[in-house]
Write a protein that binds this ligand. Sequence first.
Ligand code: HGY
Ligand code: MN
Ligand code: MN
Length: 409
Amino acid sequence: MTASPRIDLDRLLGRLDAFNRIGALPGGGNCRLALSDEDRAGRDLLVRWMRDLGLTVTIDAIGNIFGVRRGRENLPPVMFGSHIDTVGTGGRYDGLYGVLAGLEACQALDDAGRITRRPLALVAFTNEEGSRFPPYAMGSLVYVGGLALEDAYAVRGIDGATVGEELRRIGYAGDARPGFLKPHAYLELHIEQGPVLENEGRAVGAVEGITGLRWMEVSITGRSAHAGTTPMDLRHDAGYAAGEIAVFVRRVAREMAGQQKGTVGRIELYPNLVNVVAERAVLTVDLRNIDNEPLQQAERKLADFLDRLAAQEQIVIATRSLARFDPVAFPNEMVSLVETTAQELGFACRRLPSGAGHDAQMMARLCPASMIFVPSAGGLSHNVREYTAPEHLHAGASVLLNAVLRLAD
Ligand code: HGY
Ligand code: MN
Ligand code: MN
């Protein structure tokens, strides 16, 4: 009789520490932007650790990394994982925790001498964050056929390079066809990145679904002019218009309340000089809601506002969609699997939606999927002070291990 597999928390914490030396920021936190040199270094380390555990490593054409642990039978695998890229002010856990907890689950099974009936496939998806190369969850979106590979390769990032160029430069344009493995089910363990679990003192969240989202780039063309001699009523001020849009996005989200979110995270002005009325502005708008109807309403409100602003200021405003995903609900049996596994392990658990996007949102198009959340201290993420307590890291990894076992055996 083999011992029951158990997560080794120290081993998991050790791997998190070792991995987070890559792209470490001086004041704490991490920056491993997708397809950067830091991302390559992280990929190389993950591939080495996968091979050390005897996993069969495959890289697909969009750079998704798979480590497959053989099963007793040659069946569709249980897939689990997340991402290892970060935003510019990344923390230590967003994405990486789900991948390294998956690796730890494989090693816990090795320690217990356990071979599951189904193969297991640990995955790290390319460019989940989307901040350098929109849209987010690009690797999983290509994997499920939601974005053509050539279109993904052609995406030009905020620094001018394309996905194809960078993927080839870091040596991760693999041979496998995206979608080459059709999973039996997909599970993703991730930090909540919000305040709900911590506020309620619960260690685990069974994620019911993921928010709908619209990312757009707004380009404003006005007229550069002298800041001192140009009368206020003769200006076509792209800088002013950008500011008005940022205020409007926030106001609409506040007025709609509920789950509506609105963010202007990027604004670039040209010529961006103290004494010149800005000629051009480029900004991004991020609108989200777990309910599609209000999300579409927010989208319409913004479009009407842009039309009025362009006429009022006699400027040209153009928009370009960067991402457009509808809300996704996970199948109840997958959410229940997470919930009952957590409860049987003695963890306080609740169901909740995700305001963040994740690869599971795309994988849900391919197979039954759901997510496991653990608390984020202060609900903070996309911030270098992101933190999750070790006991919560252990709880989440234990739920992942046992839920995978239920699916795989
Ligand atoms: O934007 C998101 O929700 C995710 O962090 N990429
Ligand atoms: Mn993430
Ligand atoms: Mn993120």
